[in-house]
Each structure stands twice: as structure tokens, then as C-alpha cells.
Design a protein. Structure first.
Length: 202
């Protein structure tokens, strides 16, 4: 019984210490949450990814359209079959901003980069060995320290090297990493990569 009282007093003192030492810090941080939905101009209610670009604009990936938010209103980008400069597909899986502030978009049909100066999208072709792939769904985008983009797709792991205009499959990998859907990629401080498949770890 004495031990229980001592433990209770110790726990009470510990929480009192947290309140005294952290109270001022907690008071300084007031978070306000605002809800944005289709009534505010969002093109579709399922937001799959969010990124902030080099100009401070927020980008939202949805199942129907790429959404840009400037803090006041949305601008929606959709595929226009008659306009080759429009985004390549309306279903957006990923949005990613690289170290230079460039916005990259992974869709159900491939990889795009958005040119904010010209207001148009650049499309990147995918090659597995020397065979061009018509449609690749980009599920994950990360940037390594050399500025290369590593892409997890429904058809394995690809890389777009810095300055390149095409994406190539990564050779020498186990067959599962060449053919199965890759949903997560992680690079640690020693440049080792961790990869997660839709069906589990490799």
C-alpha cells in the first residue's frame, strides 16, 4: 500500500513538472483548423496527397483533378485531350516538391512537372529496358541527394535522373521489385533505400 502511494505521488509530481515546465510552451501554440471541401472549390472530396511548392502555394491530389490553393480560392487542373500541355490524367496519386521548389505530379498515367511560368505541364515517358510503356501509375515520389527522382509505380521501381527527360526502370533488382506495385520508398542517412510493396515488404 505504501509503495502504491509513493508511485502515485511520484506520478503526480511528474505531471505537475510537465505542466509547470511545458505550460508556457503549450500556451504559445494555438492551432486553428479550417475545413476545405467541394463547396469551397475543391474538385473532389478524396484528397490523396498534399504538397507545398516553392511559392508557398498548396497543392492537393484528388481522384478527379489537381487542385491549387492560394489561401483564398482553388484552381483546378484537369486533363484536356485536345491540349497536350494539360495534365496527363485527372486521377492524381501524388504531389511532390523537390529541393529546387519544382512541383511534380504522379498520376494514373505517369509523371508530370508543372511549369508555373508558362502554366503548362511537361510529360515524362517511361521505359522498361528499351521498351516504352504507354501507361504507368506513379504511386510514390522521393528525391535523393543528387536530385534524382525515385518513383514507385504499379509496374515496379523507376528513376528519373536529374536533368533527364525520361524515366527508366531500375535494373538488377529482384523480380518482385521490377513488376509489383511499389507504394513507399525511403532513403536513410547512409543512402540505403527501404521499399514497401502493395503486397508487403520485399
Amino acid at each position: 500500500m505504501i509503495n502504491r502511494k509513493r508511485n502515485f505521488i511520484a506520478l503526480l509530481l511528474f505531471f505537475s513538472f510537465l505542466l509547470i515546465s511545458g505550460g508556457s510552451t503549450i500556451a504559445q501554440h494555438t492551432y486553428i483548423f479550417n475545413r476545405l471541401n467541394v463547396k469551397d472549390g475543391l474538385s473532389q472530396s478524396s484528397v490523396l496527397d498534399i504538397a507545398k511548392d516553392g511559392q508557398g502555394l498548396m497543392w492537393f491530389a484528388t481522384r478527379y483533378g489537381l487542385n491549387r490553393y492560394d489561401g483564398v480560392r482553388f484552381k483546378v487542373y484537369e486533363n484536356n485531350p485536345s491540349d497536350t500541355n494539360s495534365i496527363n490524367h485527372h486521377y492524381i496519386n501524388r504531389v511532390f516538391t523537390d529541393a529546387a521548389g519544382q512541383l511534380w505530379i504522379g498520376t494514373q498515367k505517369g509523371l508530370d512537372a508543372y511549369d508555373q511560368t508558362l502554366g503548362r505541364f511537361q510529360h515524362f515517358k517511361f521505359y522498361k529496358q528499351d521498351t516504352a510503356l504507354v501507361s504507368v501509375s506513379v504511386l510514390k515520389i522521393i528525391e535523393d541527394r543528387s536530385g534524382n527522382l525515385w518513383l514507385g509505380t504499379n509496374k515496379g521501381l523507376f528513376i528519373k535522373r536529374h536533368g533527364a527527360t525520361i524515366c527508366r526502370s531500375v535494373n538488377g533488382l529482384p523480380k518482385r521489385l521490377q513488376d509489383e506495385a511499389i507504394i513507399e520508398i525511403f532513403e536513410d542517412s547512409e543512402r540505403h533505400f527501404g521499399i514497401s510493396l502493395a503486397k508487403g515488404l520485399p
